[in-house]
Design a protein. Structure first.
Length: 331
């Protein structure tokens, strides 16, 4: 059954308004019809080029305009990246994601990026890159290298976008996603909740995702308020600094219902979530997490905590099926 892309905001709003138990039942029903039960994909995220980004994303410590104390670094050596990927595989990760703090990659950086993609792929892992905006030609280069996924988040609703970022538009984001899709690369696209937005913004965020060709992977981040960033300083010591856990679970559940075949990933913010919240997110249809102690520059829950939680819940790591989605997408 082909997923719907004609969702209305009213329909998505009605899902948010369901009694919590009814919403969870519907989300779990959709999840079991489309995904293996009690399996969660383990992914690892590595910052391959940290800091100094010219964008002014209000949540990001890597922005050159943020006073976060983060020093700009050069692109990592290919060999070092591949060593980190091998370690991630040994720790059970099936996908290796690489992020660079750029507005967009320069052509001189592409050969090293392509080597990284090919090297990780040869290990039998799924590959994902997030490098900022891509030209049509750069997307084609990454596709030829065998990149499985490209991450480019829309972050929030179209209406709220300019409150978070001013150096590029919502439409700029959509253009990169179109280049990625046209090149035959799977799309990884989600956003951040807990940035002081309203529920109407969360509805608009999921409406935007649900009415485009559904991203194969949808990361749902909870804001990690970093001191020195616009949003971190704005929300510090306010009730808005942490989204209500039930509302966060509702967001995950609605994402699962609206995008039934997508992988829904719990991304940033897990380190401050209770085990009960994470368990409810898995029940709501989340089936992917980032493992390890760090996500780019933010702390993460860590492998040991995740293993202990999985054991409590009877959840197992999803076996990697590298490159399967890519061939299907290209057919």
């Amino acid at each position: 059954m082909t997923p719907r892309t004609d969702w209305t905001r009213e329909e998505i709003s009605a899902l948010f308004d369901l009694p919590f138990a009814d919403l969870m039942f519907e989300a779990q029903t959709v999840h079991r019809a489309n995904h293996p039960r009690n399996e969660v994909q383990l992914s690892t995220l590595l910052s391959i080029k940290t800091g100094g980004c010219p964008e002014d994303c209000g949540y990001c410590s890597q922005s050159a305009s943020a006073d976060s104390g983060l020093k700009a670094e050069k692109l990592m050596d290919v060999r070092t990246v591949l060593q980190a990927a091998a370690q991630a595989k040994d720790n059970g990760s099936g996908r290796f994601c690489m992020g660079a703090a750029w507005r967009s990659p320069k052509d001189r950086d592409m050969p090293a990026i392509i080597e990284m993609v090919k090297g990780v792929r040869q290990m039998g892992m799924e590959t994902c890159m997030t490098l900022g905006m891509l030209s049509e030609g750069q997307a084609k280069q990454l596709a030829e290298a065998g990149l499985d996924y490209y991450n480019h988040n829309i972050d929030t609703s179209p209406e709220n976008y300019a409150n978070v970022i001013t150096t590029r538009t919502f439409e700029d984001r959509i253009e990169t996603l179109e280049h990625v899709r046209s090149a035959g690369i799977n799309v990884c696209c989600g956003g951040i909740v807990g940035m002081g937005e309203t529920r109407e913004d969360r509805i608009g965020f999921l409406h935007a995702l649900g009415t485009m060709p559904h991203p194969e992977s949808v990361p749902i981040n909870a804001l990690v308020p970093v001191k020195g960033t616009v949003l971190g300083d704005m929300l510090a010591d306010t009730p808005l600094a942490k989204i209500d856990e039930i509302e966060f679970v509702r967001t995950v559940a609605v994402a699962r219902i609206v995008m039934p075949q997508s992988m829904v990933r719990l991304s940033a913010g897990r380190e401050s979530m209770s085990e009960a919240c994470q368990a409810l997110c898995f029940m709501a249809g989340a089936n992917s997490i980032f493992t390890g102690d760090r996500l780019l520059t933010a702390p993460n829950a860590g492998d040991d905590k995740d293993s202990a939680l999985f054991a409590k819940l009877g959840v197992v790591a999803m076996q990697a099926a590298p490159h399967g989605h890519l061939e299907e997408a290209a057919e």
